[in-house]
Design a protein around this ligand. Structure first.
Ligand code: ATP
Ligand code: MG
Length: 634
């Protein structure tokens, strides 16, 4: 077995040789002439001249060997529907969808916006776009009309594909008024809306622009639409970032580089083999859904499990029962889901037969140590925290168990993946940090295959946003802050704009959060920096308690708040001690489950947080305001 160090060094020293070999994992209709074009940094183009197609690689090429293997297992605990599609059936459905889109005028290079719930048609539509050479832009089906409208205006689709309704936690969300309002707000006029009728919502969209999918699907039932062979660097999709820190950026991805990177990640990180079953509990509206519900498992010949529902309905054992029923080998979700499950009866986990499961992957936000330890212990399987961004498309930090079984370290998502030339840098000088020294996570040129090619419609923003913030260096900034140890393991300390400067000491909010979450009473915590006349900034902690809230007893609450502050003292020193610990019943988060620390900081400073289009539940803001009010009174 090669060592991780050699493997990673080869990928950095000679990316052409490394990725040229990895590129053999996928099919090319025309071989590439050049592995890497470095002529226009910071832009990098991969596999120049090569022609390929994502749908061919995800579906068609498997037909010879695995036509009868399940490609997709669909489970909705919202509607009670369960469906299975073999690779042959999936191929047929994608051809129908592609033929319908083609009949509506969609052609190579056009943008199709998908505003869909977690239904099989979402996956069909993505792959149908890939087949036609059209560019999909999936907008999370939980977003409100204004979010949808800004994305319509930025992506400028020729077609929108949507459904009559979404469903979450037993509640039906009628899409008709959302679509109507979004189209009215948007200045870009989309000629057509294709509607998948799930028969959930009685209302129907405005018939003027509506096209019903079902009759067209019947009409094109036996259609065959050939794959459009695209040059490796043509766009495959546009996906907007979560908008945790501001205006979402349209991340544009290529075709060949993405396919190669995902195939490589399935080998080196996920160890997914043809015939395995992978359950990624995310949403097709996020990058984790794009890469690990749809493209990577199918490119690698696996069965992918697509799930509509919450992790706790009908009860907190549902995901573990799915593992047993479908003999799931690989599972992938976000820490926020695990924190929800941690509050459930532990017996639910023990009841299911989890012997098929080989590993659980977690990404999207920091994995706190208590949650990591809890789930690793409860499952008795490797728990692999992995760190990445919409921009990178696949894990930048992980444990590459397919290369070398390096140990995991609690609190760290592991070591840099192949091709990621990662350096922690001082944000003021640009100099590389020594081991143990905190800095900004940066990447050297070129970014590996699979990463964003540019910002959709605005290449200058790719340069000015990502490649211009580190002084004296040509470096891509992740805008995350971390520390690397002697073995190369990185710990993420928070986003760069979450760094707190207390009397000249620079502290990552994550460090303080980690200290607080080690206290048994704490379920969730957010730490923010708040302006202070004397110290510049002080840390303020907002804590959600496990179990019952000690609302009734103010003295008990005061005691707990003091105790929590002392916990930080002990672990990080008094400099990190939060000026205040505030108990709240809910924290404001994005739809993707990420803490909106900037909004919390605004409230703590008595400001209004402004427009938060991607917030999950605006009621959380009021709860924070109220909790702050009580602190004021105390
Ligand atoms: P925006 O860039 O629009 O503000 P966003 O950064 O939340 O939105 P995503 O691309 O979905 O959008 O999230 C990537 C970010 O999530 C990372 O930059 C990092 O801050 C955080 N993150 C992802 N995985 C991990 C992880 N394993 N550990 C810690 N943080 C993580
Ligand atoms: Mg980001």
């Amino acid at each position: 077995m090669t060592s991780y160090r050699d493997f990673h060094r080869r990928s950095i020293e000679n990316p052409e040789a490394f990725w040229g070999a990895e590129a053999q994992r996928i099919d090319w209709q025309t071989p590439f002439e050049l592995v890497l074009d470095r002529s226009n940094p910071p832009f990098a183009r991969w596999f120049i001249g090569g022609r390929t197609n994502l749908c061919h690689n995800a579906v068609d090429r498997h037909l010879a060997e695995r036509a009868q293997q399940n490609a997709l297992v669909y489970v909705s605990t919202e509607t009670g529907i369960e469906r299975r599609y073999t690779y042959a059936e999936l191929h047929a459905e994608i051809n129908r969808m592609a033929a319908v889109m083609r009949s509506l005028g969609v052609k190579r290079g056009d943008v199709v916006l998908l505003y869909l719930p977690m239904i099989p048609e979402a996956l069909f539509a993505m792959l149908a776009c890939a087949r036609l050479g059209a560019i999909h832009s999936v907008v999370f089906g939980g977003f409100a009309a204004p979010n949808l409208a800004t994305r319509i205006d930025d992506a400028k689709p020729v077609l929108i594909v949507t459904a009559d309704a979404g469903a979450r936690g037993g509640k039906v969300i009628d899409y008709a008024p959302l679509i109507d309002e979004a189209l009215a707000r948007a200045t870009h006029k989309t000629p057509r809306v294709l509607l998948i009728d799930r028969q959930l919502a009685p209302e129907r969209l405005n018939a003027r622009y509506l096209v019903a999918y079902e009759p067209l699907r019947e009409q094109f039932f036996n259609a065959h639409v050939p794959c459009e062979w695209l040059e490796s660097n043509e766009p495959s999709y546009v996906l907007y970032t979560s908008g945790t820190t501001g205006k979402p950026k349209g991340v544009q991805r290529d075709v060949g580089g993405y396919a190669v990177a995902l195939a490589a990640s399935m080998e080196h990180i996920f160890q997914g083999k043809p015939g395995d079953t992978m359950f990624t509990a995310s949403d097709v509206g996020w990058v984790v859904g794009h890469s690990y519900i749809v493209y990577a498992p199918l490119i690698a010949g696996l069965t992918t499990v697509m799930y509509e529902g919450t992790p706790i309905r009908p009860d907190g054992g549902i995901w573990w029962r799915l593992v047993e029923q479908h003999k799931i080998n690989l599972m992938f979700t976000a820490p926020t889901a695990l924190r929800v499950l941690k509050k459930q009866d532990p017996a639910l986990l023990k009841k299911a037969d989890l012997s098929s499961l080989r590993a659980l992957f977690l990404a999207g936000e920091p994995l706190d140590e208590p949650t990591a330890a809890w789930i690793a212990d409860a499952l008795g399987k490797p728990v692999i925290d992995n760190y990445w961004q919409t921009e990178t498309g696949w894990p930048m930090l992980a444990i590459p168990r397919g290369v070398e079984t390096l140990p995991t370290k609690l609190g760290s998502p592991g070591v840099p993946s192949a091709g990621f030339n990662l350096t922690l840098r001082n944000e003021l000088t640009g100099e590389a940090c020594a081991p143990g020294e905190k800095g900004v996570l940066t990447l050297g040129y070129p970014l590996p295959p699979g990463c964003m090619s540019t910002v959709w419609g605005d290449p200058s923003r790719f340069v000015s946003t990502y490649w211009s913030s580190i002084p004296n260096q040509q470096a891509y900034s992740t805008f995350d802050w971390g520390v690397q140890d002697e073995d190369g393991y990185v710990t993420i300390l928070g986003r760069t704009d979450d760094v707190i400067n207390v009397a000249g000491h620079r502290l990552g909010t994550r460090e303080i959060e980690e200290a607080l979450s080690s206290h048994a009473a704490v379920a969730e915590v957010a730490v923010v920096g708040v302006t202070d006349a004397v110290k510049g900034q002080v840390a303020m902690a907002f804590v959600v308690l496990r179990g019952a809230q000690p609302d009734a007893d103010p003295s008990e609450r005061a005691r707990l708040e003091a105790e929590l502050a002392t916990t930080v003292d002990r672990q990080l020193g008094s400099i990190a001690r939060p000026a205040r610990v505030v108990v709240v019943s809910m924290l404001p988060k994005t739809r993707s489950g990420k803490l909106l620390r900037r909004a919390i900081a605004a409230l703590a400073e008595g400001r209004e947080p402004g427009d938060l289009p991607t917030i999950e539940d605006p009621a959380a803001l009021q709860l924070v305001r109220e909790a702050l009010g009580e602190v004021g009174k105390a």
